[in-house]
Design a protein around this ligand. Structure first.
Ligand SMILES: NC(=O)c1ccc[n+]([C@@H]2O[C@H](COP(=O)([O-])OP(=O)(O)OC[C@H]3O[C@@H](n4cnc5c(N)ncnc54)[C@H](O)[C@@H]3O)[C@@H](O)[C@H]2O)c1
Length: 366
C-alpha cells in the first residue's frame, strides 16, 4: 500500500513531536511543513520542504493529509482551506478557539466530506480504552460519581516564556482541564450541565490558576474535577501513566470512579469491591490491580489517523465531537464567571443542526 503524504502546519512544541512520530512511521511520508517562522524551521529541518504558510504547503506540496499544530486561533482557517482541497485533517486541541470558528470548520468539513480527527491524544491510551470498556460493561455497577484531579506546579519560566499564558483564554481550564473534560466525555458519557468556581489566588494573573467544576452526566452520574497549575502533586494523567519523559512518572491515580458495586482508580486501574457481592459499609472493601500497558499515545494517534484516512475505521473524535468538548470547557469558564449552572444540551443541539450558525442560538442559563 502506498505511503500517505502528510504536511504539518506549525512546527512548535507539539508540531515537532508530530514530525518526530511521522519520521518514525512507515506508512507516512512528509510532504512539507508550513510555519510563519519559515527560515528558523527550515534550518531545523534541512531535509524537508518548508513553506511560510499553509496555502503554499497545500498548493505546492499537495499533501493528502495535514496535521494542524498552529496556535488555536488559526485552526479553523487552516482546516477550512484543507477541507476545500479535500485534505484530511488531524487538528490539535482545542478544535478551534471559539464556537463560531468551530461552526465554520464543521460546515466546511461536512460539505467536503474530509476525514477529521481532533488531537485529544489521551483517548488513544490503552488504560483509557480499558477504563471505558470496564465502565461500559458495568464492571463496577452503575456509575454513581467521579472525582478527578489534574494538579501540577508549572514553573515561573513557563509564564515568562509565554506571557499570553497569563491572560484569559490561556489558563489551566482551556489548556489543561479541556483534556480532562474530553477524557470524561469519552469514558463516562456526555456531560449535560456544569457549574464551577475559579481562583487566581496563587499567581494573581488575570487568568485563573485553579478551577473546580461540578459535572452532571447524561447517565445520571455526577462528578467533580479540579485543575490547577499551582499545586505540587503527583496527580496528573501524565505523571500517573508516565506517557512522556518530560513529566516524571508517579504511578499515582488522580481519578476515582465510584460505582454501585465497586470503584476504580485511574490510571492505575486499581479496582475496589466487596467479596461475594456483599455490599455494606461494615464489610471490607478489597482491591485488585488490573492492567493495561502504557503506550505512546501520539504514535497510536498517528496509527489511528492512518486508518481513518484509509477508511478502515471511523474517527475516534471528529471535529463535531471536539466542538462538544470545547462547548463544555468554555461553559466551565462561563460558570466560574457567572456563578450559574449551565445546561449544555441546547448548545449541543445547536451545534448539530448543521448550519454552522449555532453561536447566536446560545443562551446562558439565567
Ligand atoms: N495534544 C496536546 O497534548 C498538546 C500539547 C501542546 C499543544 N497542543 C496544541 O497544539 C497547538 C500548538 O501549540 P504549541 O504549544 O506547539 O505552540 P507553539 O507556540 O510552541 O508552536 C506553534 C507554532 O506554530 C507557528 N505558527 C504560528 N502561527 C502560524 C500560522 N498561522 N501558520 C503556520 N504556523 C504558525 C509558530 O511559529 C510555532 O512554530 C495549540 O493548539 C495547542 O493547544 C496540544
Amino acid at each position: 500500500m502506498s505511503r500517505i503524504s502528510i504536511g504539518v502546519v506549525g512546527a512548535g512544541q507539539i508540531g515537532r513531536k508530530h514530525l518526530k512520530k511521522i519520521a518514525e512511521h512507515p506508512d507516512f511520508e512528509l510532504a512539507g511543513i508550513a510555519d510563519v517562522n519559515r527560515d528558523a524551521v527550515a534550518a531545523q529541518y534541512p531535509q524537508a520542504r518548508v513553506f511560510a504558510n499553509h496555502l503554499a504547503l497545500l498548493d505546492e506540496a499537495r499533501p493528502q493529509a495535514v496535521i494542524i499544530a498552529s496556535p488555536n486561533q488559526a485552526h479553523a482557517d487552516i482546516g477550512i482551506e484543507c477541507a476545500r482541497r479535500g485534505v484530511d485533517i488531524l487538528v490539535e486541541k482545542p478544535v478551534t478557539d471559539t464556537l463560531e470558528a468551530a461552526g465554520q470548520l464543521i460546515t466546511e468539513t461536512r460539505r467536503s466530506g474530509i476525514k477529521t480527527l481532533v488531537g485529544h491524544h489521551r483517548r488513544h491510551h490503552e488504560q483509557v480504552q480499558k477504563l471505558k470498556a470496564l465502565l461500559g460493561e458495568g464492571n463496577i455497577g452503575a456509575l454513581v460519581a467521579v472525582s478527578a484531579i489534574w494538579a501540577v506546579y508549572k514553573p515561573d519560566d513557563y509564564f515568562v516564556a509565554g506571557p499570553w499564558r497569563t491572560q484569559p483564554g490561556a489558563g489551566p481550564v482551556l489548556i489543561n482541564l479541556i483534556h480532562e473534560i474530553d477524557f470524561l466525555r469519552f469514558t463516562v458519557g456526555e456531560i449535560v450541565a456544569v457549574g464551577a468556581v475559579a481562583s487566581n489566588r496563587q499567581r494573581h494573573f488575570a487568568v485563573e490558576d485553579t478551577a473546580a467544576a461540578l459535572l452532571e452526566f447524561a447517565n445520571g452520574a455526577i462528578g467533580t474535577v479540579i485543575a490547577s497549575d499551582s499545586a505540587v502533586t503527583p496527580w496528573s494523567v501524565e505523571q500517573g501513566t508516565g506517557e512522556s519523559i518530560e513529566f516524571p512518572f508517579s504511578g499515582e491515580s488522580g481519578y476515582r470512579f465510584m460505582g454501585s458495586h465497586g470503584s476504580l482508580e485511574f490510571p492505575t486501574l486499581v479496582r475496589w469491591s466487596q467479596p461475594d457481592g456483599a455490599r455494606s459499609w461494615t464489610r471490607p472493601v478489597l482491591s485488585q490491580r488490573l492492567f493495561a500497558t502504557t503506550i505512546d499515545p501520539y504514535a497510536a494517534q498517528l496509527n489511528h489517523f492512518r486508518d481513518i484516512i484509509r477508511g478502515t475505521i471511523q474517527s475516534i473524535e471528529t471535529v463535531e465531537d471536539g466542538a462538544r468538548t470545547l462547548i463544555a470547557t468554555l461553559a466551565i469558564t462561563e460558570a466560574a464567571e457567572t456563578g450559574a449552572r449551565i445546561d449544555l444540551l441546547e448548545r449541543y443541539e445547536a451545534l448539530a443542526d448543521g448550519t454552522g450558525q449555532f453561536l447566536p442560538k446560545l443562551r446562558k442559563t439565567p
